[in-house]
Design a protein around this ligand. Structure first.
Ligand code: HEC
Length: 376
């Protein structure tokens, strides 16, 4: 490498100074707007900033539903030469991610004010408070009725639903599940070799102390298959998985939800608390928490939907929904409710949803199981 002469060095210092001065002037003349992206930034650098912010939000589990799409659209606009649209989209994506990240902090303050949330209460206390609240709010509803969702709350909806229940749309799934249950795997074993009998859905989700995680019924069905040399079902696409789950739910009808949170494993309480915090935290562009639609507002209308009570909400899954035209699990519903508030949903069977299911189902302990269900 060549040694630098004194002259070079002075030049370097000079150029650096000039560049710094120009940058300072430019910065003071151009507005960066709320997004913090300068109007003089190149598209690529603006995109990189926005995508970095999106990744931060994603890592914190708070990304909004449409941010990725804004970024993808910005790329398209840029490619077609429409710089102004491209930059506006990128700015909006950056702003969304910044706001999502600030939601994490705001939620901490928000949670302190939520009357039904107490970070330090025990699961037993939470259960008593939740069930007490709903029994007080709907004194006429029996335990059985709570498990009927919003059909317990409105006469007209109930009539439509009872008409659907005359020819239950989930019956084919139960039949298929029964056949699968009775068909041996290639090694000659059956699901029954793993589960004992089919009516065990009341115990799900369960805490697995060996791996220290919440395990759902769907996961145990797949675990059973894999242990017996069969390929696992696809959580999103498999109708067979839903059929086996529907049959097991059917065989569990009449039992009471009985989720256990073992006291001697602090990780179980941690998972439960994570689910609890998720349930009460505001998310997405609409900045709304699960509890804001399924507690006080239960029984009220949200556009064309009546909101059901959080209590009893998990008793009938998997569920046939006319809107889906198929049968789906609880996490598919979670995804829908997340998307509704314009939050990016999590994957089916992700740890976040499993912990949410742990808390959410535990809250309904004692409710009679009536799955599979039918919903609009
Ligand atoms: C903006 C309001 C809103 C928010 C927020 C919301 N939901 Fe919902 N949810 C609905 C509506 C509307 C329905 C359909 C009517 C019903 O069953 O309550 C629904 C239905 C459900 C159902 C199905 C109930 C059944 O009987 O089959 C479950 C389970 C559920 N929500 C859970 C959640 C969870 C968990 C969250 C938080 C991640 C959440 N919801 C957030 C509006 C909301």
């Amino acid at each position: 490498m060549m040694r630098k002469t004194g002259m070079d060095r002075t030049m370097n210092i000079k150029t650096t100074f000039i560049i710094l001065a120009i940058t300072a002037i430019v910065a003071s003349c151009t507005s960066t707007g709320e997004s913090g992206i300068s109007s003089l930034a190149t598209f690529d650098s603006a995109y990189a900033q926005a995508d970095k912010a999106r990744k931060r939000a994603s890592k914190a589990g708070v990304e909004w539903r449409d941010t990725s799409k804004l970024l993808a659209d910005s790329k398209k606009a840029n490619a077609s030469g429409d710089r102004e649209t491209a930059m506006n989209l990128v700015r909006e994506a950056k702003l969304q991610s910044d706001l999502a990240i600030s939601q994490v902090k705001e939620n901490r303050e928000f949670l302190e004010k939520v009357p039904y949330y107490n970070a330090n209460s025990t699961p037993e206390e939470d259960l008593e408070n939740t069930q007490g609240f709903f029994r007080w709010k709907f004194p006429d509803l029996t335990n059985e009725e709570f498990s009927n969702g919003f059909y317990a709350l409105d006469e007209n909806l109930r009539e439509n639903w009872l008409a659907i229940e005359e020819f239950p749309p989930y019956f084919p799934a139960i039949d298929e599940g029964e056949t699968l249950w009775a068909t041996p795997f290639n090694n000659g074993n059956y699901y029954g070799n793993c589960f004992g009998y089919a009516g065990v859905a009341d115990k799900y989700p369960r805490w697995d102390r060996k791996i220290g995680k919440v395990i759902t019924l769907e996961m145990d069905i797949n675990g059973c298959r894999v242990r017996n040399g069969e390929p696992p079902f696809d959580y999103g696409k498999s109708t067979e998985l839903m059929a086996v789950a529907a049959y097991m739910a059917y065989k569990s009808r009449g039992k009471q939800i009985n989720v256990e949170i073992p006291e001697d494993d602090p990780r179980a309480l941690e998972a439960y608390n994570e689910g609890k915090e998720f349930f009460y935290s505001r998310r997405g562009q609409l900045n709304m928490a699960c509890y804001q639609c399924h507690f006080d507002t239960a029984g009220k209308w949200l556009r064309t939907n009546m909101l059901g009570t959080a209590f009893g909400q998990t008793s009938h899954f998997p569920v046939y929904r006319s809107k889906w035209g198929s049968i789906g699990g609880l996490h598919r519903r979670y995804k829908g409710c997340n998307k509704q508030v314009r939050a990016k949903p999590f994957d089916l069977q992700s740890e976040t949803y499993r912990n949410l299911e742990f808390f959410h189902t535990y809250m309904s302990n004692g409710i009679v199981m009536n799955g599979p269900g039918a919903r609009f």
